[in-house]
Design a protein around this ligand. Structure first.
Ligand SMILES: [Zn+2]
Length: 273
């Protein structure tokens, strides 16, 4: 899979490390809510990157949010998807001029889920295949959240737009200075976060590697595809100093010292990082 090489290139080691003033402006154009993913617009000069595009049903919310900051969908030059869940890719097609940076690994994992569910496979069978670690209790929770029904209602490959716009991050050089992709697998196999050298400090657009500020709200989110990877990714995000933009919550300042829960989990594992 060559994962190591691109992680090396894009840099775990940058998290929490020294940073330059990158001159990016960060604006939240769609607020992160439990059932609505956050969309962050990153602007520098003529470059306009939109991180995550919401459910397809959020098109007017997203359009209005862009309009508030004076940007039309046609002016968005780049879309970045933190991962391929439907609440983060739904309006990719709204940006015809944009190149889309996303994980091929995530794409190849997620689309078969949607096709299986839409093809009528039953809940537990299909989710066991793609979420091998999920417990019965978590199945019940997803069922209550009507995850499968949502997939059947919402999945339409047309939401992705033209596939020749996609630049798979595992295979493509990352051209944006002052923006660093941080592999954060676990929530999904190919999840990435984005570290931003902004005009007003350091930001980390976390996607669902950190969906909520309040950990008690985690139950609202999908269970991780791989819990050990998810925890490891969280440890890296917890070390970040600056403003965290969670996938489904409001941005908040993090001072880089770990939350007590994360510290306890680490000691429990006997991992003296
Ligand atoms: Zn997600």
């Amino acid at each position: 899979m060559g994962g190591g090489a691109w992680q090396e290139r894009n840099g775990w080691h940058y998290v929490g490390g020294p940073r330059r003033a990158g001159g990016w402006k960060v604006e939240i154009v769609m607020a992160g809510l439990p059932l609505q993913s956050c969309s962050a617009l990153l602007t520098r000069g003529t470059e306009r990157l939109l991180v995550d595009t919401g459910f397809s049903s959020h098109d007017s919310v997203l359009r209005d949010g862009l309009e508030r900051v004076g940007v039309t969908p046609e002016q968005v030059t780049t879309v970045v998807n933190t991962h391929f869940h439907l609440d983060h890719i739904g309006c990719n097609a709204m940006f015809p001029a944009a190149q889309v940076y996303a994980s091929r690994r995530d794409y190849e994992w997620a689309v078969p889920i949607y096709e299986s569910v839409c093809g009528g496979e039953t809940r537990r069978e299909v989710f066991r295949t793609f979420y091998p670690e999920v417990t019965d209790e978590e199945f019940e929770r997803m069922d209550q959240a009507r995850v499968l029904q949502l997939i059947r209602w919402l999945w339409d490959p047309a939401m992705l737009g033209e596939m020749d716009r996609y630049r798979w991050i595992e295979e493509t050089a990352w051209p944006f200075e002052g923006l660093r992709l941080i592999p954060t697998p676990g929530h999904t196999p190919g999840h990435v976060a984005l570290e931003v050298d902004a005009e007003d400090g350091a930001y980390l657009v976390a996607g669902d590697a950190r969906a909520f500020r309040d950990e008690a709200a985690v139950g609202l989110d999908m269970p991780p595809h791989n819990f050990a990877q998810y925890q490891e990714s969280r440890r890296r995000l917890d070390a970040f100093r600056g403003i965290i933009v969670p996938g489904h919550d409001e941005p908040f300042q993090q001072d880089g010292t770990e939350a007590p829960a994360a510290e306890a989990a680490r000691q429990h594992e006997g991992d003296s990082h």
